[in-house]
Design a protein around this ligand. Structure first.
Ligand code: ADP
Ligand code: MG
Length: 689
């Protein structure tokens, strides 16, 4: 029976139903899967030669029967020695520290040894060679001695997998249809597809392997980007949305709302947003910018454009506190205007909620601000023109879809967590991106110091002097309480007492944490904002939204327990006023990586640089995993390490979809087929064309 990519693996010679089951646990049920079961690593060993042909310093593989084996020296460290013989000659191999081999190598076994030939007392020998025990007359095992190493399981070894792949690979690769034209491949230095799939398994040296890898990584990234490009182009072409009218009068009307000049970055972002909203398909834009960089202002601009076009705006925040913050700052901008703004509280029930919903349904309200409460089924808008989602990454893609509920308002997603470029190209790859890099003018500098335990006193004296000068300070802890009295771990409640009674008795100290009743939290925040409190001891509840320009000091205890993105967010609470600010980080570990991370905070105030650094250190993690975002897992490419290829693949894919949105050009037929078989159901692309 001829084999093709669809053949079930159980029909392959040497694979029975039982082994087929083992293959299935690896996600391999058909030969096509097998071809894409890529090696975990490779080690290239030299071709086998006869023992009589070896010479000093040669890298060789020799194969022979073990004639003798024993300890050359038994004392520690033991030296283990074997002698092997083939038809023509024999030689010695030794392993220093090879005591373990006594259980693995025995007289009469057939073995392959690989290493560099050296001379000892006029005799050629191998020192510490790599070895493999071979069957009696096992040609295939010889062939598979070096080369690919596959991820294996308890009942399916790398070698068993390799054997099966070697049996079918060369024949099978022929059925991999070419997806790129010769010109396209040549420009990008890609291999013919068949060759890439063959060599990834059968390469005989690093050069072949590297070419194969590069081609397959590119293919994988390209198909992913193609999927994203199509998804984006589909939303654009098939879903009409309100076209927003815009002119200079409106522009200056809106700008009059802000008591300051917008920055260049804000203007750029606004220009991109306005251009999007004037189109007949919905905006799908991610607005990135550091804490305090002025995103809210941009969102308000977009909201007023929508309102001026007689549509409603929903602004969604991840928490009630943040929603309220937004409400406060937005209503401040809107003071004296005719725009009606409402905070839809999550706790609202009964008659009050009903009244609120009626106002939304009748368009009496122009801008609604709230949390997920905004997308509950009973919230009906009369004419929703724009959705603003703050802190995107805390909402999933699904929620984004739900908010749109069939209708297609424009959508602006804001995030203060700088998302590294790599991820905006993948996990968020179907969004357009605007970036606000700098912060508004007139801000003081923020200096960050990682404080060693010995310098704690000095840091506290510095803080005391600032407090005396009427500045305010945050003290942030990773936990609320510490149940274990003996533990050294710092927690807000415990340290609050200490700071208040012992360290800073001359100042007013307040406590804020997530388990306090809402009203109490609000009261505390208010007295910090008004300056009644000098010090606010808290947990991460202050992470977002709090804006107290006079607070210019932040102490973060046990800082290594926070993520870098989180530390950066926290630090964004200071540096909001004109005077310089200071952030003191205290760690509670000697761990080198942890310290290195904290030093990054000391070095940089650039959220993007910090995010890239963190990503490089920890990998993308669950939050940003491609699977979570409805994209398939990558088998061979790595979005961080293969950034350049990703970048190239993205440009290529988006350009191709621009030229040929449905992949209907004859030269794209195979590509389209590959794409559908690979991503079709996951991205809902089976209906393209
Ligand atoms: P973000 O939403 O990115 O955290 P905001 O829009 O809340 O930032 O702005 C942070 C602070 O900076 C606010 O107090 C805001 O009034 C102020 N601000 C924003 N843009 C400007 C600007 N162009 N010039 C001066 N101050 C600004
Ligand atoms: Mg904000």
């Amino acid at each position: 029976m001829p084999l093709d990519l669809n053949t079930e693996i159980k029909f392959v010679k040497g694979v029975g139903p039982r082994r087929a089951k083992s293959f299935e646990t690896l996600g391999v049920s058909r030969l096509g899967d097998l071809l894409e079961y890529f090696p975990r690593s490779w080690n290239f060993l030299p071709e086998p030669v006869g023992i009589d042909q070896v010479y000093e310093n040669q890298e060789v593989t020799v194969i022979g029967f073990i004639e003798s084996c024993d300890f050359l020296r038994f004392r520690r460290p033991p030296v283990f020695e074997i002698r092997i013989t083939d038809e023509k000659s024999s030689m010695r191999a030794i392993w220093f520290n090879g005591g373990y081999l006594v259980n693995q190598l025995h007289v009469g076994m057939r073995v392959a040894l690989s290493g560099k030939i050296s001379k000892y007392k006029h005799q050629l020998q191998l020192n510490n060679p790599k070895f493999r025990v071979l069957g009696e007359d096992d040609q295939e095992q010889i062939a598979t001695f070096g080369g690919a190493v596959y991820p294996a399981t308890a009942d399916l070894s790398s070698n068993q997998i390799k054997k099966v792949i070697h049996n079918v690979c060369a024949d099978l690769c022929v059925s991999k249809k070419e997806i790129f034209t010769k010109e396209f491949r040549d420009q990008r230095k890609l291999l013919v597809r068949q060759d890439a799939y063959r060599l990834i398994h059968l390469a005989s040296d690093d050069e072949e392997l590297e070419k194969a890898k590069r081609t397959l990584k590119y293919e994988e990234l390209f198909l992913m980007q193609l999927g994203l490009a199509i998804r984006r182009s589909k939303t654009r072409s098939f879903s009409p949305s309100a076209i927003m009218k815009f002119n200079d009068t409106l522009d200056s009307h809106i700008r009059r709302r802000f008591p300051f000049m917008l920055t260049q970055d804000q203007d750029n972002a606004i220009a991109e947003i306005v251009a999007d909203m004037r189109e007949a398909h919905p905006m799908n834009r991610l607005l990135q910018g550091d804490v305090g960089s002025g995103k809210t202002v941009v969102a308000v601009y977009a909201a007023l454009l929508a309102v001026a076009n007689k549509t409603q705006v929903a602004i969604m925040a991840p928490t009630e506190i943040l929603a309220e913050q937004h409400y406060l700052s937005i209503t401040k901008y809107l003071e004296g205007s005719r725009v009606n703004c409402m905070l839809l509280k999550g706790g609202l029930t009964g008659k009050k909620r009903k009244e609120a919903l009626e106002k939304i349904a009748s368009s009496e309200i122009d801008i609604v601000i709230g949390t997920v409460a905004l997308i509950q089924d009973d919230v009906v808008y009369n004419n929703l023109g724009l959705i603003v989602i703050d802190e995107q990454h805390k909402f999933g893609v699904d929620q984004r879809a739900k908010l749109r509920k069939g209708k297609l308002p424009h959508c602006l997603v804001m995030t203060a967590t700088p998302i590294p470029r790599t991820l905006t190209m993948t996990a968020f790859g179907d969004l357009d991106v605007s970036i606000i890099k700098g912060s508004p003018p007139g801000r003081g500098k923020v200096t960050t110091r990682l404080v060693q335990p010995d310098d704690r006193e000095k840091a506290f004296e510095f803080i005391r002097a600032r407090l005396k000068a009427k500045k305010q300070a945050y003290f942030v802890y990773p936990r609320i309480t510490n149940e274990d009295a003996n533990s050294q771990k710092k927690a807000a409640v415990n340290e609050y007492k200490m700071l208040k009674d012992e360290v800073f008795p001359e100042f007013n100290v307040g406590l804020l944490h997530g388990q306090m009743p809402q009203a109490e939290k609000q009261a505390i925040m208010e007295s910090f904002r008004s300056g009644d409190l000098d010090i606010l001891v808290s947990t991460v509840v202050i992470e977002v939204g709090v804006d107290v320009p006079n607070a210019t000091i932040m102490v973060i205890e046990a800082a290594n327990h926070f993520g870098l993105a989180q530390l950066h967010q926290l630090r964004g609470r200071i540096g909001r006023g004109m005077s310089n600010s200071y952030c003191f980080l205290f760690g509670d570990t000697d761990n080198e990586v942890a310290t290195e991370r904290l030093k990054m905070m000391q070095r940089s105030n650039d959220g993007f640089a910090i995010a890239e650094f963190d990503l490089g250190l920890r990998g993308p993690g669950e939050l940003f995993s491609t699977r979570q975002h409805g994209l398939p897992d990558l088998k061979i490419a790595d979005i961080i390490k293969d950034y350049d290829l990703l970048n190239m693949a993205r440009k290529d894919a988006f350009e191709m979809i621009k030229q040929d949105p449905n992949l209907s050009f004859p030269e794209h037929l195979n590509l389209r087929e590959s794409l559908i078989s690979k991503l079709g159901d996951k991205l809902g692309l089976t209906d393209i064309g």
